[in-house]
Write a protein that binds this ligand. Structure first.
Ligand code: BGC
Length: 736
């Protein structure tokens, strides 16, 4: 009896211990353990099949979850200028959504870059990430850091302009902001995604030097400075291979050379093989599941050249069985994804939808960014700011005046709860002294413009209004149906009828100010000499109208500077003649001479140079000092100078520091941006501005050495208000 009792008691005890162990959460569930420990623990519990299942998405905007182990899906949202509306072409993102998802629309990347304010870009990143979380998502598909190589690229507005250093500063800041909120960014599109024309098939020949000096730096900085958690590969082929299966790019450069620890995600429908893609270093193929299959059934998808469905589990398992893919490669992909998921807190703090979007704080960030990002290109005879004491009536004219253009077209377009039109913003600032009246002038190309007689009437009305008013503002530019992801602009010119409208209005009223809403330069040669002032507004997000009103009336002082050269004509661009390629091949023959590097080298005068932007006040640069005069290899030099606001109102100046090596074993651009600072000064105030230049700022990429090289010799330092308005100059020696 006693014995039976003890036997039963021990059986019960063993069962209890087992039950307890079964209940004890496995180590990977313990948030107190180190990320790597959790990753390895979870990985060791996964079957090969389960691992293979993680390599392809589970839906349009989600990775595949694993119920048995409790691995959540990574829920994504398009960006980068805010969270993209889900009721558009990516309705599958959120099939149950009955109404469109709205969120704060921030200014386009090109406008952010025009603010030259990384601290603000970081705040923007944070604000966007907060909205991602509030909507129950985990990842934002941005920032876009591709270089503006060609003024016609349909996606120029998404990126940060033509200079690799500026793009790197902005991208790093945005990523830091996003990651600080525990949201996964995805810096895109790696690499050299610089045209929409044949974006799925085009094969680009780009030299190693141009890649490392121009097209890579923003990605490298994202990895090495911001420790970015995810990188999206590009659609195009680079030097013969699709980016998604380009080992030189993903494995050798990103992972081995730069030490990237996160995961690579494909662009949507950019894969064409199983073993080649995995072995090259692709970790997650998107999209996946049923939505991917349905999409790939569509004739247009195939016509476009998309490829997808190659990293589905059965294909991955078959490739392993055939010895084409090593299990270790699959493990590495899963490890990278898990690492990011643990780091971002996805296992411990799931994001739940239903949070607040479009808060006043985020609207304020959007407004500040829009205001800082607009660039005053021309201001003759103090035409701006408009003075309410002198002007009693104002004609506001043009196809972009009474509509808000949050952004260009495609996956980055945000649908906001509200958006302030330029007309509304101007009216708000003009009241009560100035009477504002509106006329369309010309319909946006591609919209219902009516017959020739109706068009003539619209133009005549606008001209008559301008004639009867004390001043006129023409709000011209592009629209998402004409400037978008998916196709390039057909020319650099303003859409149909707008040049003529500007000329006619300017003739009727000499106080005609032009505001351009667009994502890239437009040709202005037909009217630039006939108008006293031009404000480039870019796509400014939902607060753009307020920013335009504030800047035109002087409630805010313009401080934006161009992140891209404005050519007089498209044929002046260094990429002209090397775009869009022939027979699906394009050679980047201009090499490193992209943007101002090319204008400087060929001595071509731009309409407005890189870095240009006016203010309502003036700044004086003085006292450039460089110490030491001889820099030891591996050390730094300090550059100081004084900046003074010599005008009568507060303002901000972006001081730009360019470097030039006078003699080198290879050709070097006449100047390259290596530092900048946005400095806000009250009227009469001055400040010492200090920069540090290290070896990075002096190096070039040597194809022979396959590495960065800083050659000893003389370096000039040029401090300027633009790349063609150098105010101070000095030099130092780099020793051996
Ligand atoms: C774009 C990406 C975008 C993705 C998902 C692609 O067509 O190139 O930038 O994130 O779609 O919408």
């Amino acid at each position: 009896m006693k014995r039976t009792f003890w036997i039963l008691a021990s059986i019960a005890a063993v069962a209890a211990v087992r039950a307890l162990r079964a209940q004890t959460p496995p180590p990977y569930r313990n948030p107190k353990l180190a990320v790597e420990q959790r990753v390895e623990d979870l990985l060791s519990r996964m079957t090969p099949q389960e691992k293979a299942e993680m390599l392809a998405g589970g839906g349009w905007m989600e990775s595949r979850p694993n119920q048995r182990l409790g691995i959540p899906a990574i829920k994504m949202a398009d960006g980068p200028m805010g969270v993209r509306n889900w009721a558009g072409s990516s309705a599958v993102t959120n099939a149950r959504a009955t109404k469109p998802v709205t969120s704060t629309a921030f200014p386009a990347g090109i406008a952010m870059a025009s603010g030259w304010d990384p601290e603000l870009a970081e705040r923007e990143g944070r604000a966007i990430a907060q909205e991602v979380k509030a909507l129950g998502r985990d990842m934002i598909l941005g920032p876009t850091v591709n270089i503006n190589r060609v003024p016609l690229w349909g996606r120029n507005f998404e990126g940060y302009g033509e200079d690799p250093y500026l793009a790197a500063r902005m991208g790093v800041a945005y990523i830091r902001g996003v990651q600080a909120e525990g949201v996964i960014p995805s810096v895109k599109h790696f690499a050299a995604n610089n045209q929409e024309f044949e974006r799925h098939r085009i094969d680009e020949a780009v030299s190693a030097r141009a890649l490392h000096e121009i097209y890579f730096p923003a990605f490298r900085a994202a990895v090495q400075e911001a420790g970015v958690w995810a990188v999206m590969s590009a659609y195009n082929k680079l030097n013969g291979r699709w980016c998604a299966e380009n080992a030189a790019l993903l494995s050798d450069t990103l992972k081995k050379r730069w030490g990237f620890q996160g995961f690579v995600i494909s662009d949507w429908g950019s894969t064409y093989s199983t073993a080649g893609t995995i072995n090259a270093g692709m970790d997650l193929e998107m999209p996946g599941g049923e939505p991917m299959r349905a999409w790939m059934q569509r004739a247009e998808t195939r016509q476009d050249g998309n490829g997808a469905g190659w990293l589905e589990a059965d294909k991955v398992m078959a490739a392993i069985a055939a010895g084409e893919v090593r299990q270790a490669a699959v493990d590495d992909a899963v490890r990278r994804m898990l690492r990011v998921m643990f780091t971002a807190g996805l296992f411990d703090r799931p994001h739940v939808a239903g949070g607040e979007v479009d808060t006043p704080e985020r609207q304020a960030v959007a407004r500040t960014a829009a205001t800082q990002g607009m660039v005053l290109l021309k201001n003759a005879n103090g035409a701006l700011p408009l003075d309410g004491d002198q002007i009693r009536s104002l004609a506001v004219i043009g196809p972009n005046a009474a509509v808000a253009r949050n952004g260009g077209g495609g996956s980055s377009l945000v649908r906001s709860n509200y958006a302030v039109t330029p007309l509304a913003g101007i009216e708000e600032r003009a009241a009560p002294q100035v009477k504002v009246r509106y006329a369309l002038g010309v319909a946006m190309e591609g919209s219902q413009a009516g017959d020739a007689a109706a068009r003539q009437t619209a133009r005549d009305e606008a001209v008559a209004l301008a004639r009867q008013s004390d001043a006129a503002v023409v709000v011209a530019g592009y629209a998402p149906q004409l400037e978008s992801e998916g196709f390039d602009r057909k020319s650099m010119d303003l859409p149909e009828g707008q040049d003529e409208l500007i000329r006619a209005v300017a003739e009727a009223n000499p106080r005609t100010v032009v505001v351009v809403v667009a994502g890239a330069p437009v040709t202005m040669t037909g009217w630039i000499d006939r108008v006293p002032a031009v404000l480039y507004a870019w796509y400014g997000g939902q607060e753009a109208g307020h920013a335009i009103g504030d800047l035109l009336f002087g409630a805010a002082n313009p401080s934006g500077k161009l992140p891209v050269t404005f050519p007089k004509e498209w044929k002046d661009s260094p990429a002209y003649g090397h775009y869009p390629g022939e027979d699906l091949h394009v050679a980047y023959s201009e090499g490193i001479y992209v943007g101002y590097r090319g204008f400087d080298q060929r001595n071509v005068e731009p309409l407005f140079p890189f870095g240009h932007g006016l203010s309502y006040t003036t700044f004086e640069y003085s006292g450039l000092a460089i110490t030491p005069a001889r820099m030891e290899a591996g050390k730094t030099v300090t550059v100081t100078m004084k900046l003074r606001n010599t005008g009568s109102r507060a303002g901000a100046e972006v001081v730009q520091l360019y470097v030039h090596q006078t003699h080198a074993s290879t050709d070097r651009p006449p100047k390259e941006l290596k530092a900048f600072r946005r400095v806000a000064l009250a009227a009469g105030e001055s400040q010492t501005v200090k920069f540090t230049l290290g070896t990075d700022a002096l190096s070039f990429y040597s194809e022979a050495r396959q590495d960065w090289v800083a050659e000893p010799g003389r370096f000039e330092v040029l401090a300027g208000a633009s790349s063609r308005d150098i105010r101070l100059q000095g030099a130092f020696e780099l020793g051996r």
